[in-house]
Design a protein around this ligand. Structure first.
Ligand code: ADP
Length: 268
């Protein structure tokens, strides 16, 4: 793997993996991940489907813990804390590291309650109206919904629902927002709105985004990791990172032939 890790060191590192291998039972889904994710930047994971992008991003907030066959070798550090150490609390990890999924999944509750749900659960004692307004403003949804906060979140358009899910993630004041193909169920206009929003969010948050849309990665991200798969010694298709660098390098001057072919649309 080519990895210009100096790039990440210019700013604080939020996640650092060391020789990370990820398994589902005996199947090694991803191997040898050594990556640093810089703070207040957008890092995109691209590559053909099945190469482990979701698997890696889900490790960052321990979402894979819910799958019994899942385990890792190697280390993942979050601000120098060993994310998989026995004394690391996965619930606290998920509070600090929020996630937005491919399909917008608002709760079947009002817009207001979608935002207030997490903070209430965590015992938030401040001004809830103010928190709801601030979260919706940060997600660029306030103007659309300020007159109908009692309407159901599920009645919004797909693009609005996704921004509601982003507002819901923001409301618990996370440090990181993980996004797993957040625009793939959205129309092109809603997609651009979410991309614009990402540029604002990175002022306050660290963002890691999985996307199958190469234009999106090149438009919206600061760093890009290109994943691919290779058959391992057991004939299993195991994912790995081919190249990780500044997004303009990956798209304009990649060092690896496979990256060049992928970003030029010649395979994948
Ligand atoms: P991508 O996000 O790049 O499309 P995934 O991370 O979803 O790739 O999948 C990587 C590999 O892990 C694939 O071979 C997939 O079938 C396998 N995989 C993903 N989730 C599970 C699971 N829960 N159990 C077993 N295998 C899985």
């Amino acid at each position: 793997m080519t990895s210009n890790l100096q790039i990440a060191r210019q700013t604080e590192t939020v996640f650092r993996t060391e020789n990370l291998d990820i398994y589902y039972g005996n199947f090694k889904a991803v191997r040898d991940v050594n990556i640093e994710i810089p703070k207040n930047a957008i890092t995109a994971f691209i590559g053909p489907s099945g190469c482990g992008k979701s698997t890696v991003i889900r490790c960052f907030n321990r979402l894979n813990d819910l799958i019994s066959s899942f385990h890792i070798n190697g280390k993942i550090y979050y601000h120098d804390q060993d994310l998989y150490a026995p004394d690391t609390d996965p619930v606290e990890v998920r509070r600090q590291i929020g996630m937005v999924f491919q399909k917008p999944n608002p709760f079947p509750k009002t817009i207001y309650d979608n935002i207030a749900f997490g903070p209430r659960l965590l015992g938030f004692k401040g001004d809830m109206d103010e928190l709801v307004e601030r979260s919706l403003k940060q997600a660029a949804l306030w103007d659309d919904v300020k007159d109908k906060l009692k309407a159901m979140g599920t009645d919004l358009s797909g693009g609005q629902q996704q921004r509601l899910c982003i507002a819901r993630a923001i409301a618990v004041q996370p440090d990181v927002i993980l996004m797993d193909e957040p625009c793939s169920a959205l129309d092109p206009i809603s997609t651009l709105k979410v991309e614009d929003l990402l540029q604002e969010l990175k002022e306050n948050y660290t963002i890691v985004i999985v996307t199958h849309n190469m234009q999106q990665a090149s438009r919206a991200s600061d760093f890009t990791a290109f994943f691919n798969v290779q058959a391992n010694e057991k004939g299993q298709q195991t994912g790995y990172i081919v190249e990780y660098d500044r997004t303009e390098v990956i798209f304009q001057n990649p060092q690896q032939e496979a990256t060049k072919e992928y970003v030029s649309g010649r395979f994948g």
